[in-house]
Design a protein. Structure first.
Length: 188
């Protein structure tokens, strides 16, 4: 398959740095709006923590029988940051080795990891939306909030979206693919 050219190597270094940068920003977020919360309630999910109006959201979710959101609810938050750091380091190693074959294998692995991550978000949304307590003050049908997009639940509209950290990851993955496609070293 040949070697990665010098420019490709530099772009892979940028991709590795971008993976690291993603750790400092939320990857996914949820905004709840309702007449009584016009400014919106937010939950920001980083690879290693959650921030935002989580206590208020949990108080509201209690009424429909949804389990409480907490960092302890998502064991992935205890190790995902290490996985991302490992992905960044391996990306940098691939950059310096400059093997296109190794880059092809690594890109495939990163794409699989990304797909697993998206499935994991869906799995948690499904779990929280369908395992509602039958003893809740307000009875609603089980639901699965979208990973991206809006959902109406009583007088609340939810907006789920990927945030800046996921953008950094997306840029890194796209860079891996472009370097694999265009970054071949040419010999004259």
């Amino acid at each position: 398959m040949g070697r990665i050219n010098f420019k490709g190597m530099l772009w892979l270094i940028v991709a590795g740095i971008s993976f690291i940068a993603s750790l400092f920003f939320p990857w996914w977020a949820l905004r709840l709006t309702a007449p009584q919360y016009k400014e919106g309630l937010y939950m920001w999910v980083y690879p290693h923590k959650m921030e935002g109006d989580i206590d208020i959201i949990n108080g509201l979710n209690h009424y429909i029988g949804m389990e409480r959101f907490s960092e302890a609810s998502f064991p992935e938050l205890s190790y995902l940051g290490y996985i991302v750091a490992g992905v960044a380091i391996i990306t940098l190693i691939v950059a310096f080795i400059r093997s296109r074959k190794l880059l092809a294998i690594w890109t495939a692995i990163v794409l699989v990891l990304g797909a697993i991550g998206i499935y994991d978000i869906y799995r948690w949304l499904s779990t929280f939306g369908t395992r509602l307590s039958p003893n809740a003050p307000i009875e609603i049908d089980p639901f699965v909030p979208p990973i991206i997009g809006t959902n109406q639940l009583a007088n609340f509209e939810t907006l789920s979206f990927f945030s800046y950290g996921a953008g950094f990851v997306g840029i890194s993955i796209l860079t891996l693919i472009i370097v694999l496609w265009k970054g071949k070293e040419h010999h004259e």
